[in-house]
Design a protein around this ligand. Structure first.
Ligand code: PRT
Ligand code: ZN
Length: 284
């Protein structure tokens, strides 16, 4: 049985549960009400914790793995391995100034009082840039520190930036980009590692599917070479003859981020009747 910790409630909860569900894992209890749940169809126990506690629980082996913001891992620096970046919970750790305080590069921070919950990351940043500033540790609502006269600037998590704006602050520098990560205890038993590998295989199949589209089209045979070059697919595309002589049907996959560009080029190369469909799972 593998034990995994996820956030009990908060910004990472829905996506973490969704990730397990998409991996075909059915939870036996209602995850909104319990502190632990066992999967009905996979050797997995889920423990619901505050995100701040997850790195330490994984480090100590109380749980084998966990899903937490990379920002928390980089601040707490537990001895754990980051085994997968999960693509949700995206945010950035930024320096923000009151809107009327001038910013002329990092040196503007010199001598300032900076409020943050991320003391270690901030101190490293200040050291790297040879800035002397006073760091004030605050555990929450960092954004109000400047207006209370407690600090001259802040260092905090930003996603849309609307909280900064509402507090009369503006983002002046991004120090770190973060997203949710899967962390694991590096010393876990081989049988647990085996279960984690199975879980990661499923997550990978889902992510690959999301990053690709299935594409189906008709092409005149004399254009097939050009079209195949545009659609290399996983190994190579499938080509089948159409009932109409001189024409073929071609099946392939295409990466989501280049999909629209490829579509235009396919049309120009003579492809017709192009169909595009989402994929459910994809194993490379
Ligand atoms: O109760 P628990 O301790 O588990 O939760 P928490 O309150 O400490 O954490 P939570 O749920 O707020 O965030 C969990 C993780 O989500 C963080 O560690 C980040 O990795 C990630 N994340 C993504 C964020 C944000 N986006 C975010 N916007 N964490 C916090 N915020 C804050 C931000 O600091 C600001 O105060 O949300 C506010 C709104 O942000 P804007 O920029 O959209 O206005
Ligand atoms: Zn927290």
């Amino acid at each position: 049985m593998l034990r995994i910790a996820i956030q009990k409630s908060g910004r990472l909860f829905e996506d973490s549960v969704g990730l397990l569900k998409d991996a075909g894992i059915r939870l036996s209890n209602n995850p909104h009400r319990v502190l632990r749940a066992e999967a009905a169809n996979f050797p997995l126990e889920i423990i619901f914790l505050r995100d701040d506690d997850i790195p330490e629980y994984v480090e100590e082996g109380v749980v084998d793995a966990g899903i937490v913001g990379e920002n928390v891992v980089l601040e707490k620096r537990p001895t754990v391995s980051i085994v997968e970046r999960l693509g949700f919970g995206k945010c950035r750790l930024c320096i923000a100034f009151p809107k009327n305080t001038p910013f002329e590069g990092y040196q503007s921070l010199q001598g300032m009082r900076v409020a943050t919950s991320y003391v270690r990351i901030l101190e490293d940043f200040l050291k790297t840039n040879q800035i002397t500033a006073t760091v004030h540790e605050i555990s929450g609502a960092v954004e109000i520190a400047p207006s209370l006269g407690l600090a001259d600037a802040i260092f905090d998590i930003v996603s849309t930036g609307s909280t900064l704006l509402a507090n009369g602050l503006r983002e002046v520098a991004t120090v770190l980009e973060s997203e949710a990560v899967l962390i694991a205890n590096p010393g876990m038993l081989p049988e647990k590692q085996e279960i984690l590998n199975r879980l990661m295989f499923r997550m990978q199949a889902n992510r690959n599917a999301k990053q690709h589209r299935y594409i189906l089209l008709n092409a005149p045979n004399d254009q097939l070479d050009a079209i195949i070059r545009l659609l290399p697919g996983m190994k190579s595309p499938t080509v089948l003859p159409l009932a109409e002589p001189g024409w073929s049907s071609l099946h392939s996959v295409v990466r989501e981020e280049i999909f629209w560009d490829v579509l235009e080029q396919l049309k120009m190369a003579g492809a017709q009747g192009i169909l595009v469909a989402p994929l459910e799972r994809m194993i490379l």
